[in-house]
Design a protein around this ligand. Structure first.
Ligand code: CO
Ligand code: CO
Length: 345
């Protein structure tokens, strides 16, 4: 039996996240624990929580899991694991250990598919130097998979949404458009090349990009996932109390994603993301509809977005290219907060 996981879901990957508006509603009711050793919590909407063990060591904790983003079980496992581990890289940490989180409809799919998803996750974790030492499974439809990950970090070297400084430049390490490509794939409108490129990028660990960030002592960083480039940039701007100028014409796009918007390949998550962020965004009058929608396209296992002093940008881009991220680019800049958090050009 040939398994096609995409047959089982309406929207997979990070497009399946609940809307940022709903999340904000829910988090209001959740008290934040108080402890001087909690260095990062959900207050700044960061990628992971950070807890100080001693002056030399803090733990980075995160979890992500979602329904299938592709047909093949092994590839789905790889992508889900790369996405889960990414939040540790986005904080500047070294991922060390993980637990599997697995929901699988045992009566509807062959056990080989179950094993293939876990194998994909295991292989990607191994590539990242992460040991999977346990997990939890539920019988559930449609399948969902991801990891809970623990990493190490020095308490003085944490990168957060709150570390962005006026005067800095914004660098993005991977092209965007996975949401558009996957929506287009469902409608049979995406070329094999574009689909393969989107899958390659989703499987690509943010490890090498994070190594470059560490080399340059970056302090403001995140990864681009479910809330899209615009949504994650907004979280950074709010946490850092700055305004970000994002130049959409400088943002690298995957394959034909720009043209696919003309054909209506826009996942529902883009509208939810845009709806949430709109009030904090100043849209340039000449910004076209396609780029506006791509700015809020939910990414699965997207790249890193970080701020760096402008005089270091040239060297950083060179290092990112050498590290296998040739499409890395400066996509904007940071200014003092001037009313709107994001200026989208
Ligand atoms: Co993240
Ligand atoms: Co995440």
């Amino acid at each position: 039996m040939k398994v096609d996981l995409l047959q089982m879901v309406e929207s997979g990957g990070c497009s399946a996240k609940i809307s940022p508006k709903q999340l904000e509603e829910i988090l209001k009711y959740l008290p934040l624990p108080k402890d001087p050793n909690i260095l990062v919590d959900i207050d700044t909407h960061d990628d992971a929580g950070v807890y100080r063990v001693n002056d030399e060591l803090a733990l980075v904790l995160t979890t992500d899991f979602f329904p299938p983003v592709c047909s093949d079980p092994y590839e789905f496992g790889q992508i889900a694991a790369a996405n889960s581990i990414s939040d540790v890289y986005a904080m500047g940490g070294d991922p060390i250990l993980a637990l599997n989180i697995m929901m699988f409809p045992a009566a509807k799919l062959p056990m080989e598919a179950y094993a293939e998803i876990l194998k994909g996750g295991f292989d990607k974790a191994t590539e990242a130097g992460v040991r999977i030492i346990g997990g939890h499974t539920l019988d559930d439809y449609p399948p969902k998979y991801g990891l809970a990950v623990v990493g190490y970090i020095h308490p003085g070297k944490i990168m957060t949404n709150a570390g962005v400084m006026p005067g800095d430049s914004l660098i993005l390490t991977k092209p965007i458009g996975t949401g558009v490509i996957l929506a287009g794939h469902r409608l049979g409108m995406v070329s094999d090349d574009d689909l393969a490129e989107a899958k390659r990028l989703m499987k690509l660990l943010n490890k090498t990009g994070a190594e470059v960030m560490k080399r340059y002592n970056i302090r403001g960083a995140t990864d681009i996932t479910g809330f899209g480039l615009g949504g994650h940039a907004l979280k950074m701007a709010k946490a850092s109390k700055v305004s970000l100028i994002i130049n959409m014409k400088e943002v690298p796009l995957i394959g034909n994603s720009y043209q696919l918007i003309d054909d209506g390949c826009i996942p529902g998550a883009s509208f939810r993301n845009l709806d949430y962020a709109e009030k904090d965004i100043d849209f340039a009058s000449d910004l076209d509809y396609n780029l506006r929608m791509i700015a809020f396209d939910a990414q699965t296992s997207g790249g890193l977005l970080f701020s760096a002093p402008s005089e270091k940008v040239e060297n950083i881009l060179e290092d990112l290219k050498t590290a296998g991220l040739p499409e890395s680019n400066v996509v904007g800049s940071v200014i003092e907060c001037n009313g709107k958090f994001i200026h989208l050009k």
